[in-house]
Ligand binder design. Structure first.
Ligand SMILES: Cc1ncc(COP(=O)(O)O)c(C=O)c1O
Length: 390
């Protein structure tokens, strides 16, 4: 679809491919395989001479619609859908790296990403150096002749630290490495990393892209020479493919993405300001607050602060758990990016598998609570939190 359309239009219209029935809503192709007219056509499809579909591990028309729509939103040449956000990171890294290669990764990425790089890629001779997401010079210092990949999540989870994407892109380029940005927190509505020089964008579609906490999914976006030529063959062979049903759900989620991101960001900002003035709360971490250390950078790089904020409750783990346990409205769940507001204690859940030292280095204290703001009335969320803050 024509890129000149605005984001809200692309979210609703891009990528749709109608069948002979001229359905208005996107069709769900719930089928694992496709039928060939004859043996010669089957052969042509397998060797690539005929572009038609073969098998849903390779491609599926509903998955293709999702991929094309998300590519339009991110301004990407190509996109692959994957079974989850983690399998997007796995597919990207498996396609690009080999034994002896080196990754420079932000120390403030999702816990499972740290495990994946350290434990599993480490087992196959890929070394990872973790660096500060905000001390840009450290990335240049950490780069080695064998560095192939820079990986960053911005804003980070759960402390919302903001990394300078154009600066990291320049350092990666100089080092001969690719920069991949996990864009889960912002989505293309608030931040388009490829326009800022990143080579690849990663999504957990499980989060805001679906937006209603229903299915797992993921995606990698970037130039066709990387995504189509390197990652698609891995996906076809190894099989962490996106299910057509999940693709259809997320495709419909993309239609309301812009509205949701704007509304949830506005609510998060209101809540962050309220928490900042609360006597039972210490620091509040939210990129839309003037007190945020990278406020200026976030204002340049993002259209709004996003839906996720975290804050330190005075009184450590006991006070944090008391707050969480008192919530009647907000859901106690580790997921984020849902229209239902969620609350979690990172030190004992999402980041619980990290060693205490690694957790302390990442700034995840015992009193830290993360709230991923949804679409409820802000006043109701405040009442709910107030009852636990005392
Ligand atoms: C920033 C970020 N990246 C990646 C993932 C992994 O996504 P998934 O759970 O879809 O595998 C998550 C999950 O919470 C996340 O928060």
């Amino acid at each position: 679809m024509d890129e000149k359309y605005q984001l809200s239009t692309l979210g609703v219209r891009a990528g749709q491919a109608r069948t002979e029935f001229q359905e208005h809503a996107e069709a769900l192709f719930l089928t694992s395989s496709f039928v060939f007219d004859n043996a010669a056509q089957a052969q042509a499809r397998f060797v690539g001479g005929d572009p038609g579909v073969v098998y849903s591990r390779y491609t599926n028309p509903t998955v293709s619609m999702f991929q094309d729509r998300l590519a339009a939103l991110e301004g990407a040449e190509a996109c692959i859908g994957t079974a989850s956000g983690m399998s997007a990171i796995l597919a990207m890294a498996m396609s690009l790296l080999k034994s002896g290669d080196h990754i420079v990764c932000s120390a403030a990425v999702f816990g499972a990403t740290v495990q994946l790089f350290n434990t599993y890629f480490g087992r196959f001779g890929v070394e990872t150096t973790f660096v500060s997401p905000t001390r840009t010079d450290d990335w240049a210092k950490a780069a080695k002749p064998n560095t192939k990949l820079f990986f960053v999540e911005t804003p980070s989870n759960p402390l919302t630290e903001v990394s300078d994407i154009p600066a990291l892109a320049a350092i990666a380029k100089k080092a001969g490495a690719l920069l991949a940005v996990d864009n889960v927190f912002c989505t293309p509505v608030l931040q388009r990393p490829l326009e800022m020089g990143a080579d690849l964008v990663i999504h957990s579609a499980t989060k805001h892209l679906d937006g209603q906490g229903r299915v797992l999914g993921g995606a990698v976006l970037g130039p066709a020479r990387l995504v189509n030529e390197q990652m698609v063959p891995f996906l076809r062979t190894a099989g962490p493919s996106l299910s057509p049903f999940n693709a259809w759900v997320i495709l419909k989620g993309l239609e309301t993405l812009e509205l949701r991101m704007r509304a949830q960001s506005a609510a998060a900002l209101e809540l962050a300001r309220w928490l900042e003035g609360h006597r039972a709360v210490g620091r509040v971490f939210y990129p839309g607050l003037e007190s945020h250390p990278q406020y200026a950078l976030a204002s340049r790089q993002q259209k709004a602060g996003g839906a996720v904020l975290s804050f330190e409750v005075k009184g450590g783990r006991e006070a944090a758990w008391r707050l969480i346990d008192a919530s009647k409205l907000i859901s106690i769940t580790a997921n984020l990016g849902d229209v239902k507001t969620t609350i979690t204690h990172p030190a004992t859940t999402t980041h619980g598998r990290l060693s205490p030292e690694a957790r302390a280095a990442a700034g995840i204290t015992e009193g830290l609570v993360r709230v991923a703001v949804g679409l409820e009335a802000v006043a109701d969320l405040q009442t709910d939190l107030e009852s636990g803050l005392g």
